[in-house]
Write a protein that binds this ligand. Structure first.
Ligand SMILES: [Zn+2]
Ligand SMILES: [Zn+2]
Length: 118
């Protein structure tokens, strides 16, 4: 990994939110004032292509980036907030039902978050 790739990787893995390119750029800029948005964009894409970070594309939202450690997502249908949650691993169940070996699954639960329920 290049210096920028390493820094971006660390930013995403220590973040508790799901950052957009602009948020990654603004965070990296604090350490690397000379960095430009196109460089961040290229490095983020390289990290996605090599499977070190995950791209989170959700309809109606700007792309966000996430760590690759297995977890599920709760998406608020009112404010669009994305939260991490680890549900019980369903791999075995899904394989049994399908009768095939699966490589993984992507679980997105839509709900109304506690803030919007108030
Ligand atoms: Zn909400
Ligand atoms: Zn996540």
């Amino acid at each position: 990994m290049t210096r920028y790739e390493k820094k971006i990787f660390n930013i995403i893995n220590t973040s508790h939110s799901h950052m957009t390119i602009d948020e990654i750029y603004n965070t990296l800029k604090k350490e690397e004032p000379k960095v430009v948005l196109a460089t961040v964009y290229n490095n983020v894409n390289k990290l996605v292509q090599s499977g070190k970070i995950a791209k989170l594309s959700i309809e109606g939202q700007i792309d966000r980036y996430d760590k690759t450690l297995k977890h599920d997502h709760l998406i608020c249908s009112v404010c669009g907030k994305i939260s991490d949650y680890s549900f019980t691993d369903l791999t075995a169940k899904l394989e049994e039902e399908l009768g095939e070996v699966i490589e993984g699954y992507d679980l997105r639960i839509r709900y109304v978050c506690p803030d919007c329920r108030k």
